[in-house]
Design a protein around this ligand. Structure first.
Ligand code: HEC
Length: 259
């Protein structure tokens, strides 16, 4: 397998005109920078979700896609710093209303009176640093649970990823196709794997919502994508400028005189 003859349409980097080699080099450098910034961004957005900002962990991914499972801000405040503002049975009334879905009718019947009496002296919206608790709509905002990235956001990010990364890896694969790599299956795998990973990655965002261990697929496919990128980048750059022309290519050039 490792001495398959050269395809008649195959051109090694060293057979390409300088203008193309310069174009490929420039594209590789900017793509590499882009990938680096993407990694910084990814790390910045996700790594601190589990409370430890130093590593990007399984837990970070699970929290990002499914939510922290923590109580709403209102419940945490009532169990925590705002505990002293009202009697315990009123806390229970509010918390069970929240847990039962925080419906508007319940708000009018039992919650509004408590909030108006106990909370609005500070939370009536006049202090821009305190959450506004006046009216059902404002309460609604602190009642929401953290359920992770919403489906619509995922749909938006999915289409950006699918289109954007297809361009990135199409360019990368086209450049890399001029490298001399044997066995041929390895070369083909390096070209194909990012696309497989991309589809696995994006679909696993949704699956993680349903079944947490899919976060491993998200991490694994991200790693495979990054590894393929690094491999194709390094091999292309090396063969563009630093390595000697492979012997098989040299032989063909000498015989046929292709420029
Ligand atoms: C005496 C003034 C005062 C009263 C009365 C008061 N709060 Fe607060 N509340 C504060 C202050 C100050 C903060 C900001 C403190 C902080 O961020 O730790 C705050 C923060 C909050 C927060 C935001 C917590 C977060 O996630 O950042 C919520 C929710 C809240 N209060 C709910 C209530 C509720 C419900 C009541 C009535 C039962 C109430 N508060 C009564 C002063 C008050």
């Amino acid at each position: 397998m490792s001495d398959v003859p050269l395809h008649r349409m195959y051109r090694h980097f060293s057979e390409l005109p300088y203008s193309l080699r310069v174009l490929y080099t420039a594209a590789l450098i900017v793509l590499g920078l882009g990938y680096l910034f993407a990694l910084i961004y990814l790390f910045h957005v996700y790594s601190a979700k589990d409370g430890n900002p130093l590593t990007l962990s399984y837990q970070d991914i699970v929290i990002a896609y499914t939510g922290s499972g923590k109580a709403s801000r209102l419940e945490s405040a009532l169990r925590g710093p705002m505990r002293a503002m009202l009697p315990a049975e009123q806390i229970d009334t509010i918390v069970s209303w929240v847990q039962e879905g925080a419906d508007p009718a319940g708000y009018e019947n039992k919650i509004k009176a408590i909030v108006d009496q106990r909370c609005l002296s500070c939370h009536d919206g006049s202090n821009p640093h305190l959450v506004n608790l006046k009216g059902y709509d404002n309460i609604q905002k602190v009642v929401e649970r953290d359920t992770g990235t919403g489906i619509f956001t995922l749909v938006r990010v999915s289409h950006i990823h699918l289109f954007g990364l297809t361009f990135v890896f199409f360019l990368m694969g086209t450049i890399f196709s001029h490298a001399y790599v044997r066995p041929v299956w390895l070369k083909c795998a390096a070209v194909a794997l990012p696309f497989v990973s991309l589809v696995l990655d994006v679909s696993s965002w949704y699956f993680t919502k349903l079944y947490h261990p899919f976060a491993w697929v998200v991490m694994l496919s991200g790693a495979v994508m990054g590894a393929s990128f690094a491999f194709m980048w390094a091999v292309s750059m090396y063969q563009l400028w630093f390595s000697a022309t492979p012997a098989v290519v040299e032989k063909r050039t000498a015989g046929g005189g292709v420029g």
